[in-house]
Each structure stands twice: as C-alpha cells, then as structure tokens.
Write a protein that binds this ligand. Structure first.
Ligand code: NI
Length: 257
C-alpha cells in the first residue's frame, strides 16, 4: 500500500473532517502515514495523532521558521518525546533561506542541535532545505561521513539538482518526492526522479501543502498520492504497483519499521 512519509494533518485546514478523512485512508490504498512536527504545538499534535491511529507514526522537530524563540529546554523535551514507541524520526529540521527569517545563524544553531539529538536518540532525520543547498550540505557532511551502509534520513520535498541528489544518496539519504513532480514547470525534479534509483525515493504529500495536478489549488491529502505514483511510474517506465511497492519498502527502511 502507499506509504505517505510526510504529512501535517494537525493543520487547522483538517479541523472539520480530520477523523473521517483519516478513517478513509485504508479503503483508498493508503497504508501508513508519518505525521511530522514543525514546531512545539504541531509536534505535540503529531505524537497525539500517532497515539490515536494505529497506522500513523510521528516525527518530532522544530522547522527552521519556528526556531526564533527556541530554548535548550525545548531540546530536552524533544529528546524525551523521541523515546516514545511511535516516534520514528527527528523532523522536520533544516534551513530555509527563502525569507531569511529568523536569521541564518539562528536557523543553523538549532538545525545542528537537532541533528545532535537525532544522533543521541539514534533516529533518522527529516530534512527541510529550501534556497540553502550549500549550507545544508556542509552541515550534513560534518555529521554524516560517507557510509552507504546505514540509513540516515530523508531530504523532504527535494528541490535541488541531480548532482546534489547524488551526494545525499551516497551519504545514505532518501529523497522525498511529492506533488511538485506533477507540476508543469518541474523539469529539474523530473530529471532527479529519472536519474536516481527508485530504491532511494519515498512518497510524501506534505499535506495540506503542495497538492499535485490536477487539483493543484485545493487542500492536499494522502489520497492525492495516486497522481504522484502515476507520474513516477511514467518517468521510470514501471507499473504503478511497482512504484507503490518499492517506495513502501523504502519508507519502512527509512523509518525502521
Ligand atoms: Ni512539511
């Protein structure tokens, strides 16, 4: 079944129909979901959702946008959550220079601190990196020396070149592929998907964001991953079932399930 490796169902856009939507996943071919924290509040809610639904797992972390007021005691709190049985990753963490807020220095400080927590708790990481290719890679290289034997995490919503994709894959990372691959202007990502082996790719929605074509302007949910599967199958010249099976296996390896 389809494994959605990255969602935000705690978002208020799901307040009216969250339970009925989540309860409809199985009959629509969606097996497991990882609900990802992006700050203090959404991390709490991710853990709660993982406790309420058997097929949902949680990731705990502070998104770069949310790092302005973070303190060391928040890190201790994250670490304590990381010990919970259904918490499978630290994330999403990283760098986002799109608006340069908070400052790059603050973002880097908490990115590095959360990478340390992942190391201490032996959990994989979910990396968010936008307009920050070089700094992200430099920080990652100091943490993850080339060792392809082990799984270290996923670069979520991968948006860089095939060359950078290759570096991450060689470091043992997976690439998260979602709705963007269906967009008309997604040539760069299509090149990444066509050149990288399917056994290093995982499916993700980032719901409620990044809705694939043909529903691009609507709220996203895991139900739309069928469009992403369709597009990847076309690029790779494989059947949709092969894409579903291989990416599901990858997701289980990534999150060690
Ligand atoms: Ni996200």
């Amino acid at each position: 079944m389809i494994f959605d490796t990255h969602t935000h169902y705690s978002d208020q856009r799901f307040d009216n129909d969250r339970n009925s939507l989540l309860m409809s996943m199985e009959e629509n071919g969606i097996g497991n979901i990882v609900e990802v924290g992006a700050g203090i509040k959404s991390t709490k809610e991710a853990v709660k959702l993982s406790e309420e639904y058997s097929f949902i797992y949680a990731a705990v972390g502070i998104h770069p946008y949310e790092t302005a007021d973070i303190k060391e005691e928040d890190m201790e709190w994250l670490k304590s959550l990381a010990l919970k049985e259904k918490v499978v990753a630290i994330g999403e963490i990283g760098l986002d220079y799109h608006y340069d807020k908070p400052s790059r220095q603050i973002q880097q400080k908490w990115f590095i601190r959360q990478l340390e927590i992942a190391k201490e708790t032996e959990l994989p990481v979910i990396i968010h990196s936008r307009d920050a290719a070089e700094d992200t890679l430099n920080i990652m290289k100091t943490f993850y020396q080339a060792n392809v034997q082990e799984t270290y995490g996923v670069v979520h919503c991968f948006s860089y070149s095939p060359e950078i994709a290759k570096i991450y894959i060689n470091m043992g990372f997976y690439l998260g592929i979602g709705g963007v691959v269906t967009f008309k202007n997604s040539k760069k990502l299509i090149n990444v998907v066509s050149q990288m082996p399917l056994d290093r790719l995982v499916l993700e929605t980032d719901a409620p964001y990044l809705t694939p074509e043909p529903d691009r302007n609507k709220r996203n949910s895991s139900l739309n991953l069928k469009y992403v599967v369709e597009k990847i199958a076309k690029i790779k010249g494989m059947t949709q079932q092969e894409v579903i099976n291989i990416t599901e296996k990858n997701a289980r390896e990534l999150y060690r399930l």
